[in-house]
Design a protein around this ligand. Structure first.
Ligand code: MG
Length: 295
C-alpha cells in the first residue's frame, strides 16, 4: 500500500493555444457556438512538440495540471459535458504507454456577462482569478513555491501570481515572447529546476521502519500529517514523503543533522499517538535499536 506523496511541484498549463490548436482551427470547430469555444472533441489537435514537452516535464518530476477558462458554457456554446469530453480527448492524446501525463483538468465555465444560469456570474475560478490553482494545490498536495505557470495569455500568468506563484515562474508563451511555445518553456523550467537543485540545500533521505507494518498502514495519514506539521514548524522542506512497504521514507531538502532531528521528532510523535490508540508504539524508540533504521 502506498499513501499520498506530500507536496509535489506542478506545472499548471493553459489549454487552448498552449497545448492544443485553437485560434487557427477551421470555422466548423465552433459549430453554432462562439469562435474560440472549443467544445468538440473531434477538433482537439495537439500543437507541435506539446506532447514532448509534457513528457519531459513529467520525467523531471513535475505534476502536470491543465487549467482552462471555458466561458463558452456561460454563453451557451456548449455544456459542461462538452467541456469534459473535450478535455478527455486531450487527456487521451497526452497519454503515453497507457500512462496519463496530465494529473488533472480544472475548467471554469463562468463569465459575468454570460447568458446561461448558473454560470453567468463572476467567479474566482475564472482566470485571472486564482481559484482553479488554489483548488488544485489543496486537492492534489501541490507545493506552489516550486510550481510554474505556462500559458499564452496574460491572464494565465495573473491567475498563477494571484495564487501565490512567483512572477518569474509564470511564463507567457508566444511568437513575441522569450519562449515561443510550451516546449521552450519546459526547457527553461527543467533547466531552472536543475540549477536550483545544484545550488540548493543537500537532499537527505530518512527512513523509519515500523516494527509492525499493518499498524503503520493504519497510521499512515497521521504519519503524513505529523510529518507535514513538523516540517512546517522546523522549516525543513519535504520533497517527498511516502508510507510504503512497512516504512516511512522522507526526502528532505536539508542537511543530515536537521533530517535526523526531523525523523526523531516524527518517531516520537507517532509513537505517542499510537501508544494512546493501539497501546503500543510503531517505531523502535531509538535509531540504534533497529538495524534497518538509518535515521
Ligand atoms: Mg490559451
Amino acid at each position: 500500500m502506498c499513501y499520498r506523496v506530500l507536496m509535489r511541484p506542478a506545472v499548471f498549463i493553459d489549454r487552448d493555444d498552449t497545448l492544443n490548436l485553437n485560434t487557427d482551427l477551421p470555422a466548423q470547430a465552433w459549430g453554432a457556438g462562439r469562435r474560440g469555444d472549443l467544445l468538440n472533441p473531434a477538433f482537439v489537435q495537439l500543437l507541435p512538440r506539446a506532447l514532448e514537452a509534457c513528457v519531459r516535464l513529467r520525467d523531471a518530476g513535475f505534476t502536470l495540471v491543465v487549467y482552462t477558462n471555458q466561458s463558452g458554457v456561460a454563453f451557451g456554446s456548449g455544456t459542461l459535458r462538452d467541456v469534459d469530453a473535450t478535455n478527455a480527448r486531450l487527456d487521451e492524446l497526452l497519454t503515453v504507454d497507457g500512462e496519463r501525463l496530465i494529473e488533472a483538468f480544472y475548467s471554469s465555465p463562468f463569465h459575468p456577462e454570460g447568458t446561461c444560469e448558473p454560470f453567468n456570474r463572476a467567479h474566482d475560478w475564472r482566470k485571472p482569478g486564482p481559484g482553479m490553482i488554489v483548488a488544485a494545490a489543496r486537492e492534489l498536495g501541490i507545493d506552489l513555491d516550486h510550481s510554474w505557470i505556462v500559458g499564452d495569455h496574460a491572464r494565465d500568468r495573473e491567475a498563477g501570481i494571484a495564487a501565490g506563484i512567483a512572477a518569474q515562474r509564470a511564463l507567457k508563451i508566444g511568437p513575441e515572447e522569450v519562449h515561443a511555445d510550451l516546449a521552450e518553456a519546459a526547457e527553461h523550467i527543467i533547466r531552472a529546476a536543475e540549477q536550483a537543485r545544484g545550488r540548493g540545500a543537500a537532499t537527505t533521505i530518512v527512513r523509519l521502519r515500523a516494527e509492525n507494518a499493518a499498524l503503520l498502514d493504519e497510521a499512515a495519514e497521521t504519519v503524513l500529517s505529523s510529518g507535514r506539521a513538523i516540517a512546517e514548524r522546523t522549516g525543513v522542506r519535504v520533497v517527498n514523503m511516502e508510507v510504503r512497504g512497512g516504512q516511512v521514507e522522507a526526502v528532505l531538502e536539508t542537511h543530515r543533522l536537521a533530517a535526523l532531528g526531523f525523523a526523531g521528532e516524527l518517531r516520537r510523535a507517532v509513537n505517542r499517538w499510537a501508544a494512546a490508540r493501539f497501546g503500543r508504539g510503531i517505531f523502535a524508540e531509538a535509531p540504534g535499536n533497529n538495524p534497518n533504521d538509518n535515521a
